[in-house]
Ligand binder design. Structure first.
Ligand SMILES: Nc1nc2c(ncn2[C@@H]2O[C@H](COP(=O)(O)OP(=O)(O)OP(=O)(O)O)[C@@H](O)[C@H]2O)c(=O)[nH]1
Length: 312
């Protein structure tokens, strides 16, 4: 670095005005607090954000206790934020990061809060920066959704099925409510593909998916496609009688779609149903899968286009 550049750098860094302008030019909302949690500085982005979210224009934040605001806030992440700041103050952590939602009535927003002590000062001060991470978060949500769903039908895939079934199985044990699993396999689907081609086959898979979705009315229900012409329905808080009723409804609705697959044959389905009733013990949810699978096997062996049920 030559002398002129060095001089300019030194002048800039030494000028409080320049540093103030710098902090006001960053998009992150920056606030500085002392060891008691009292706000001693806020940058322009902080003040603007506060105004945009209902604070009186020109509100003076200096003197407000940041920790007390976090302690008193209703959201659980505010309490986590306060704990994190105290950890940094106590020297237990050099830095603290927290990602949190901050949705407005019209938009989804997420922020990351970063807390660190400002080094090299005589008294102890802490910088808290809030960075808008909405774009990354939305992308993460999109990727997570893609990784959990079947691209052709939009139904849950095997991965989501596994975790959903596990959670519902645990809930059924904890709350002593029934849990029903239905496995569905289309009949003669290969011949449908062979006669009309894969694209037409794909459309029929989508139609079947809509039928499955139509019986999933509650948050404890999930419709899944395992792959090929195999589907599953997880029905939380559903006993054996209701499970059989829904399976029969799915079977008849698919039959009534009246999808021709070759001369004289229309698309039908075989379904296997298994229910875990309150009071029944089951070591793991896989047992329910094996039972439903055996029931499905029985439905195929009985001539297809029917529902078979097995109990634990
Ligand atoms: N169109 C389409 N076909 C698929 C897809 N995935 C798998 N398949 C086809 O689905 C068919 C499933 O055939 P099988 O498992 O023999 O079942 P099936 O002909 O219904 O026989 P049964 O169950 O015994 O009645 C195969 O021809 C696969 O190629 C897909 O994403 N789209």
């Amino acid at each position: 670095m030559n002398d002129a550049a060095l001089l300019e750098t030194t002048t800039f860094a030494d000028s409080a005005l320049c540093l103030q302008a710098l902090l006001n030019s960053v998009e992150d909302q920056v606030v500085v607090i002392d060891i008691q949690g009292t706000i001693v500085y806020t940058n322009l982005a902080w003040n603007k954000f506060a105004e945009e979210n209902g604070m009186t224009p020109g509100y003076n934040w200096l003197g407000t206790n940041y920790l007390r605001v976090c302690d008193g806030a209703a959201e659980s992440f505010s309490k986590t934020a306060a704990e994190g700041i105290r950890q940094v103050m106590a020297g237990a952590e050099a830095q603290f990061y927290l990602e949190y939602p901050c949705h407005s009535p019209t938009t989804q927003r997420w922020f990351m809060m970063r807390v660190t002590e400002i080094a090299g000062l005589e008294s102890r001060y802490f910088a808290i920066a809030h960075v808008n991470i909405t774009e990354r978060k939305l992308l993460e949500l999109k990727v997570a959704k893609l990784s959990m769903h079947d691209p052709l039908t939009g139904l849950a895939n095997r991965r989501l099925f596994n975790s959903f079934l596990h959670n519902e199985w645990r809930r059924s044990q904890r709350e002593q409510v029934p849990l029903t699993l239905i496995l569905l396999d289309l009949d003669h689907f290969k011949s449908c593909n062979d006669h009309f081609g894969h694209l037409v086959g794909d459309e029929h898979l989508q139609q079947v998916s809509q039928v499955l979705l139509s019986v999933c009315q509650r948050p404890t229900d999930l419709a899944c496609r395992f792959g090929g012409d195999e589907f599953a329905l997880v029905l939380g808080n559903t006993n054996a009688a209701a499970g059989l009723g829904l399976a029969e409804k799915v079977r008849s609705t698919i039959e009534n779609l009246n999808i021709k697959i070759e001369d004289g044959l229309r698309l039908t389905s075989s379904l296997g149903i298994a229910t875990l009733e309150p009071g029944q013990q089951m070591e793991q949810e896989n047992t329910l899968c094996s039972l439903a699978d055996s029931a499905l096997y029985q439905a195929k062996a009985a001539g297809k286009n029917c529902c078979k049920q097995l109990s634990c």
